[in-house]
Ligand binder design. Structure first.
Ligand code: IMP
Length: 201
């Protein structure tokens, strides 16, 4: 599944400043789309007649939520939360600052919480506690990616796209310093990119 980046495989439109920093593609656009179609079918079956409210956390979930929504064949509603990028200290305490709250009340609604990646689980845990206090009829989690190595809190993840290795990845919504979100695949950065950041370039 892990592929070394080969320029011949890329759409010329993607041969750019962005792709030159990518070392390997881990999950291709085709693989992502196929898995999202499968999850969409499952959600459409599970939530028949329930008019679920799908809640995405900005910004990483942008592409996943947009593609997932189009693969779902039952009526759904959508809302967003945004959280601030937190300091390492705050993150270790599991504290997340909400910078945008929901527009919709969720009391008695069937909520499907949509995440890009669950790593330690601290962000998700904080947000689920917050949403649970608002008395929804149910809450389930759908995440495109999960990593297991650093999980600090065990959380029920009902729908999972892919398990990732214990590496920092970019693309398909995931960023490094706000860059690389718009790559259509998920990949690893070349080591010099991470080193360059550390040296303050
Ligand atoms: P957690 O609180 O450790 O579970 O972190 C979840 C958040 O960390 C995600 O919503 C992402 O914003 C970010 N994150 C975790 N792993 C990666 C990665 O490999 N690339 C980009 N962002 C990541």
């Amino acid at each position: 599944m892990h592929k070394r980046m080969n320029n011949d495989e890329l759409n010329p439109a993607h041969l750019s400043e962005l792709t030159q920093d990518i070392d390997r593609i881990l999950i291709t656009e085709v693989e992502i789309n196929k898995r999202i179609m499968e999850i969409g079918t499952q959600i459409s079956n599970d939530y028949q007649g329930k008019n679920p409210l799908m809640i995405g956390v900005l910004k990483g979930v942008l592409f996943f939520l947009a593609d997932l929504l189009r693969s779902i064949t039952i009526p759904v509603e959508v809302d967003f939360l945004a959280v601030s990028s937190y300091s390492a200290e705050a993150r270790n305490k599991g504290v997340v600052r909400l910078v945008k709250d929901l527009d919709t009340p969720i009391q008695d609604r069937h909520v499907l919480f949509v995440e890009d990646v669950v790593d330690t689980g601290l962000t998700l845990n904080y947000l689920l506690k917050n949403l649970n206090m608002r008395n929804p009829a149910s809450i389930q989690v759908c995440t495109l990616f999960k990593k297991e190595k650093h999980r600090l809190i065990s959380l029920p993840l009902k729908y999972v796209g892919f398990e990732l290795p214990d590496r920092f990845v970019v693309g398909y919504g995931l960023d490094f310093r706000e860059k690389y979100r718009n790559l259509p695949f998920v990949g690893l950065l070349k080591p010099y990119v991470l080193a360059r950041e550390r040296e303050g370039y």
